[in-house]
Design a protein around this ligand. Sequence first.
Ligand code: PLP
Length: 354
Amino acid sequence: MIKHNFSAGPSILPKEVMKTASDAILEINNSGLSLIEISHRSKDFVDIMDNATSTALELLDLQNKGYKALFLQGGASLQFLMTAYNLLESKSGYLDTGSWSTKAIKEAKLFGDVIEVASSKEKNFNYVPKNFNIDPDLDYLHITTNNTIFGTQVKNIPETKVPLVADMSSDIFSKNIDFSKFSLIYAGAQKNMGPAGTTLVIIKEDVLGKVTRKIPSMLNYQIHIDKKSMFNTPPVFAVYTSMLTLEWLKKNGGISAIEKKNSLKANLIYNEIDSNELFEGFAEIEDRSYMNATFNLKNQEHKDIFNQMCLEANISGVNGHRSVGGYRASIYNAMEISSVNILVEVMKELKNKV
Ligand SMILES: *Cc1c(COP(=O)(O)O)cnc(C)c1O
């Protein structure tokens, strides 16, 4: 049975990636050995790590521009503190657009001053603040490009000369932006790239080496760069599967091609939310996320029947986050247009059932 997986994370991955990753658990590269029982120092795995990091940089158009790609552990949540540990000397700026940025702010405060340049908290984060002032003396400005829980997305990267740091966990590789505007980008694999267990970190090396504190080795970006993400044993399965997804993306036309597909999917679902009188969207229209569409039924009495219809249509993972309620359809890169059409059909069909 095929399920249409709208889960926010861990989330849908391409079927062919899952098949190749499963095969590699049994045997990698005709070696007679499993991916998860070979040395991470073996040529088989070193090639995988090299390929994963170089494909990531290639897709983001960051090759030969002073950037390094790392695959680390600890999730995006560890990056909340690692970014501040490595970059925050005196004061930093944070755009507060949801639960994840709020958590990043909490960690950064352990290392220095944090200026909240703007927040959309007063409206339960249903929009992205714009036109805020950015102190030119900030060590860096941190933004969360896509707010997975609330379904908003930063459409215009703030213009500033201070180094930009971004949590792109839920929209990296989904649309083309000028990634070279950022000094540091991080993304937990489990939203748009691979299984949980690894985090992609992209760093422009010139942003490092500016803090005076001593940094423990495992939290030190420079050490991970020098050791090519192999300071300690990397999460081999998560890195391998992420590599497969990145290769899949490259083979299918890269970010420009997936961006077209993603905007088609987003338009399908938002058009239905806006034209169907039984539903309403959560996020302000101009800030709507192309990865996570948040919406609700206008009449909560229709909930049981809509949930039942979703179940019967094999739609999975559309329940909203507890801090927003309602529904959230996550339509990451691997989600097919046909699956979005099924959800839209069920939304249309609800009109005949109530
Ligand atoms: C899921 C998510 C996180 C948390 O990621 P972990 O890998 O679980 O730490 C952080 N930021 C954003 C934007 C997310 O979507």
